[in-house]
Design a protein around this ligand. Structure first.
Ligand SMILES: *Cc1c(COP(=O)(O)O)cnc(C)c1O
Length: 468
């Protein structure tokens, strides 16, 4: 029997915890991020056998490697089956280059993959605890059992996480959600996807940047005066977010690659949670030749690989791929850790990772706003394939890598949002009216409800204390 997986903090000043605690806490008490102390392996034979399996079945095999000590197989199978009831198209564009469309979920971005599984995992653990609580109180013959575990999920969003998480938690008992978004940097459609829900979903527009929202959320976790709220995070600082994001790399590989063939994945990156999923997949045994960390004009990461000097961009730059406007990606703390270094929550590197090894696995390049727009037009003109700004950053980065290598590879470019999330922008570039998927239609006329607050932690804290 393999040893039980425990989770440690990247700041190395917190106790090891199991998955359940990592999931419900979100961030470690020392402000570090949780990582598993052992990365389980999946054999090439098992990977190849996934070719004929459905997405929920593959999701079960991959996540069970992490969860088998804490969730019975039948329960986990049920969770993956319910979470993944939508398509994951692998679209051949030219030669051996594919686009994996991760935009068919209920809120039309790849965030649905993580949100739908993570919410079910949180619900699973809370229900189990409430049941235990109920039983123990009954045995003490207390007939009025009002007490139950409640959690308040805080989520900072650059546009898509908020709606994916809100949608997945909507109307659940015992779970409340507060979403913070940068007031001026999400599209109208993205905003309405969050602000028209109501019920257990509270939405705050912050007069600031995504990085401000993220910092406020992190500060709340570390604030002992708010511990009564049972705060948890649905951002990719939560390992529960990363775990489901490992799965689609296995899925794409098993459907497209010959046994043992090495592939390239191009990942449009902001907070680097998506890329972390891929890096873990590789550590689990997936044959990946290279990950392309495609970023927009927020180029702190490619600059770091070039200079070994990490300088967060503050304030972050505004780009059409708005969900990637991140000047200091949280998950770099994990990435640096994976390569033997240590970075604290502020971005200070206390121990340099093996940058050459990082560069062996990851090619990172910054794509300008101008190139992003040109790519959307070019890819449509040439291949009649519609990309939206995030996917276009990924595509441009992939092209530049393949050109540099001068060789062809099986390549998968992740398309992280549905073009219908950016209808005006895309219509202006390629003159095409984008049809909305069912999930996005009808929100135009719904009533919005949100409050605007300054980018100030005290104000945020007071709001939470008054409301909950
Ligand atoms: C969140 C998001 C990204 C960036 O993903 P990270 O995991 O934060 O790197 C890219 N594209 C879209 C559409 C997103 O919503």
């Amino acid at each position: 029997m393999a040893q039980i997986i425990k989770y440690y903090s990247t700041n190395h000043n917190s106790e090891f915890v199991n998955f359940r605690e990592a999931l419900l806490q979100g961030q470690a008490p020392d402000k570090g991020l949780y990582l598993p102390d052992r990365i389980p392996k999946i054999s090439l034979k098992t990977i190849v056998s996934m070719k004929t399996l459905s997405y929920p079945e593959i999701a079960f095999i991959v996540t069970n490697e992490f969860l088998r000590d804490e969730i019975p197989e039948d329960d986990l199978k049920k969770i993956t089956k319910e979470a993944y009831d939508f398509d994951i198209p692998l679209e051949n564009v030219i030669g051996k280059i594919y686009i994996m469309r991760l935009d068919q979920g209920p809120t039309a971005s790849f965030k649905d993959f993580a949100a739908r599984m993570m919410t079910r995992l949180i619900e699973y653990f809370i229900k189990k605890e409430n049941k235990n609580l109920l039983i123990s109180e009954r045995s003490e013959e207390s007939r009025f059992c009002e007490r139950s575990e409640q959690v308040l999920i805080l989520v900072a969003t650059s546009g898509d996480t908020g709606s994916a998480v809100a949608n997945a938690f909507y109307n659940l008992k015992n779970i409340k959600v507060v979403v913070l978004f940068p007031g001026k940097e999400v599209s109208e459609r993205q905003r309405k996807q969050m602000t028209t829900l109501g019920k257990n979903i509270t939405v705050l527009a912050v007069n600031g940047k995504f990085d401000d929202c993220q910092a406020m959320v992190k500060q709340a976790f570390a604030d002992p005066e708010l511990s009564y709220l049972n705060l948890s995070s649905a951002n990719s600082i939560n390992f529960g977010r990363l775990l489901p994001q490992i799965v689609y790399y296995f899925y794409a590989y098993s459907k497209l690659a010959k046994k043992g063939e090495e592939v390239i994945f191009s990942v449009p990156s902001g907070n680097f949670g998506n890329l972390m999923g891929g890096l873990i997949a590789k550590k689990m045994g997936l044959p990946v030749y290279k990950f392309i960390a495609a970023v927009n004009e927020n180029d702190e990461f490619p600059k770091f690989l070039e200079t070994k000097n990490y300088i967060p961009i503050k304030p972050s730059k505004v780009c059409p791929s708005s969900a990637m406007n991140v000047g200091h990606p949280s998950n770099l703390a994990r990435l640096i850790n994976l390569y033997g270094g240590q970075m604290d929550e502020k971005g200070k590197i206390n121990k340099m990772p093996d940058v050459d090894l990082i560069k062996k696995d990851i090619f990172s390049v910054s794509i300008s706003n101008d190139e992003t727009i040109k790519t959307i037009k070019k890819v449509y003109d040439r291949y009649k394939v519609v990309l939206e700004p995030h996917g276009a950053v990924g595509w441009t980065a992939l092209e530049s890598f393949l050109l540099k290598e001068g060789k062809s590879f099986l390549s998968v470019c992740l398309e992280t949002a549905h073009p219908a999330k950016f209808p005006e922008e895309i219509e202006e570039i390629i003159g095409l009216k984008i049809k909305s998927p069912k999930s996005l239609s009808g929100i135009e006329n719904k009533k919005e409800d949100f409050k605007t607050i300054p980018a100030d932690y005290q104000e945020f804290k007071t709001f939470l204390e008054n409301k909950f």
